[in-house]
Design a protein around this ligand. Structure first.
Ligand SMILES: [Zn+2]
Length: 244
């Protein structure tokens, strides 16, 4: 019966999808191609502006290290989300101190060298950071957030307008904070699974989240990530589960 219900639900709406592994259902109202094109534009704009400021890919050793680790993680992610094999994955590093680690729909990653240096991340810990961002991408979290932001609006708003509202509309950001918390926890959990399947030890996840817990300042009302101590507890639970 449940299968029949799910089949009917899928047939009734092209915009319903499931997150890899967790199986959580998402409503996706913008087409994947449109979200990826928009994300690519944003990524090009960001990387061109960082390059113009002399802050892109200057640390060649870090770039090579991030690319090597990301390659293995993407292979593991594609096993969970086969569509992701065709995405144009791309990695850059920056020494802009404001950037920790970011991802854009369709396979775009940006890693902050200052953040990696501040936490003195070894390869296993860096893999957990990258796997969290890759998990956001394969779970299509930004496409879901844009779709959710559209729900209280007229249905014909263009993607760019919804994106602008998400960046500047405080009541909307408050309304989105519940979904954001769900997505962050999911990216932690899915990221740990990806890292594990790429061969990184559970000890690396515990070390990474312990470093975050000792580094982070008190979260603000709209902090984009959950309290570091609850992320560390999740890592402890996941490492017990994955070790079994
Ligand atoms: Zn995140």
């Amino acid at each position: 019966m449940r299968c029949l219900m799910l089949a009917l639900l899928t047939a009734a709406s092209q915009s319903v999808a499931q997150v890899p592994d967790s199986g959580r259902w998402q409503e996706l109202r913008f087409p994947a191609g449109a979200v990826e094109l928009r994300a690519e534009d944003n990524y090009i704009e960001q990387t061109v502006s960082l390059a113009a400021a002399g802050r892109l890919d200057r640390d060649r050793a870090l770039l090579a290290r991030v690319k090597r680790i990301a390659n293995g993680l993407v292979r593991a992610a594609v096993a969970l989300k086969p569509d992701a094999a065709a995405w144009p994955w791309e990695v850059h590093v920056t020494d802009d101190p404001a950037i920790e680690a970011e991802s854009q729909a369709g396979g775009k990653l940006l890693v902050g060298g200052s953040f990696v240096a501040r936490l003195a991340l070894d390869d296993g810990e860096l893999a957990i950071l990258l796997a969290h961002e890759i998990a956001h991408i394969i779970a299509e979290h930004s496409r879901e957030a844009l779709s959710e932001a559209l729900l209280d609006s007229r249905r014909d708003l263009p993607l760019e307008v919804v994106e602008e509202r998400l960046a500047s509309d405080f009541p909307l950001q408050l309304r989105m904070s519940k979904l954001s918390a769900i997505q962050e926890r999911e990216a932690d959990q899915l990221g740990m699974l990806i890292a594990h399947q790429a061969g990184w030890p559970c000890a690396a996840m515990l070390r990474f989240y312990a470093k975050l817990a000792s580094d982070s300042t008190a979260p603000s009302l709209l902090a984009s990530h959950p309290a570091a101590v609850s992320r560390l507890n999740l890592a402890k639970g996941m490492s017990r589960l994955l070790d079994e």
